[in-house]
Structure formats: structure tokens, C-alpha cells
Design a protein around this ligand. Sequence first.
Ligand code: ATR
Length: 275
Amino acid sequence: MTWFEWQSAPKGDFAVVGDPISHSLSPVMHRAAYAELRLGLEYHAIRVPAGQLGMALEHLAELGYRGVNVTLPLKEEAFLWADRTEGIGQWLGVVNTLNLESKSALNTDAPGFLSTLSECGVAPGSSVMVLGAGGTARGLIPALVEASYKVSAWNRTRIKLDDFVWSLAIDVEVRDEADPSGCDVVVNTTSVAQSGGSLPIDWSRADENCLAYDVSYSKEATQFLKQATEFGLRTQDGLKMLVAQGALSFEWWLGKSAPRTVMIGAIHEYFKSNA
Ligand code: ATR
């Protein structure tokens, strides 16, 4: 995927910014949506290192950009940059969507994730166990609690999770073991796949209707999902969530309904042609 340094970015309308940025699939899905609706807009991937977001956004605004999606490691910096944050991002202190004209911000990761849970038939009140206590988990856990799910969580380093839950004073059961029994959904937010390791989770204890949900996405199923499949469980990878957050950003910027099926199809196509 072509990407630019922010200092040498071309003119455009929208972009995804972060560091690294070369792997981002956001241009694929947003461009597909623009083409489908004949909007004639440009979306680019632009590398912005930590600490340079303010300068970069000023430059991009001068080039005509109206909004950006923000990915790692800039989500907190983006929150601090904005004059106003809408929705749950205010509470989370991290955002992934900025409007450069109004200097306002929105977190679409959390509502995007919640919308995919409903699509998977998992309603509020269901029991969800989140694995991990990194940036992704910190965005999802409070959103799940606010949406009235019964939330439990496990992390390899328990103290991190204890500190987080305590600091927000939210109703989350911190578990000593990643035990899936009684859970309607188990959500993997850890970066275990990157190190080639596996999580200490005994799927034989899961209920047969349990959904194994990995927020990461790649051409091949992760070890976490493969293991759940071996036990006959339903699985969901992060592609739906990626598209859900992108679609909500699109709708916030443009006030039009996003063509989600086209956006998912474009990413499948991209994976196929880059096999
Ligand atoms: P992100 O911002 O993408 O959520 P992160 O902040 O780097 O990523 O957090 C990584 C998460 O993956 C942490 O919860 C980490 O557990 P620790 O807090 O114990 O470090 C978890 N993680 C990474 N490698 C892991 C492994 N091999 N086994 C279990 N958990 C792992």
C-alpha cells in the first residue's frame, strides 16, 4: 500500500495517520466507498510519528484535508489535540476520528465493536470476557460496561488490569484464569499472535454457543480462532470491526450512509490480489 511522510503528503480529502502506517487497510475500504458512491474524494495513508500530530494536522488542513482516522500510537495525542470530543471518547481519553475543520473528535472503535456484537447476535446483558489490558482492551472494556454487558477480564500481568479497572471504578470481574466457561463471548485483544505464542485458554470448558472474537485481522485465522474452531465454536475476526469503525467515521464526516458490504468486499479483494 502506498503511503506518504506527512511533510510530503499530496493534496487530499481524508487520510489515516499513524506510525507504522504501511499495513493500514483504511485506504482500501474508504476508497472503495468513495468509488461506489461516486464521491470523487481522495483518501491517503500518511505516516505521522508520535509527538508530531499537531504539526502534521496543521499541514494537512492547509493541503485541504477535512478529516483523518488516527491509529497507533496517536489515539491519545488526537484526543488532546481536539477542542471537543463527542460520545464515549470523552470518557476513554482516546479517539480515532478527527474533523480538521471543527477540531472535533470521535471514538468509533468502541461503538463499531459494539455494533458487530449485535450483528453476531450477542445482546447487552450477555457475558463477555476480554483478554488483555493494552490500548485496545482499555477502549473496549468501559464501552462494554456502559452498554450493559456483564464484563470480566483477564491479563497475563494482572496488576495492569487491576490498576485500570480501579482507576475507572467500573464493574468488571478481574479473573485469575482465562476460563471461558459461562461466557457468551471471549474477546482477544492481546498481541500474542505477533510473538507467535498462545494464550492459556482451555476451550473445552466453553459453552457450545460461545463466540471467540479476535479483534485483529489478517489473511489467515489467528491461532486463537483456529483453536476455538477446533472445538466447534463460532468465531469472528477483526475485519467486521475494522469496517464498522471506518463506516462510522465515514458517516460522521460525510453525513451519508457508508456502503459496508462494498467496504468489506474491497478488503477481501485486496487480500486475494496480494496473496
Ligand atoms: P494494544 O495497544 O494493541 O492493545 P499493547 O498495549 O501493546 O497492545 O498490549 C498488549 C497486550 O497483549 C497486553 O495485554 C499484553 O499482556 P501484558 O500486559 O501481560 O504484557 C498482551 N500480550 C502480549 N503478548 C502476550 C503473550 N505472549 N501472552 C499473553 N498476553 C500477551
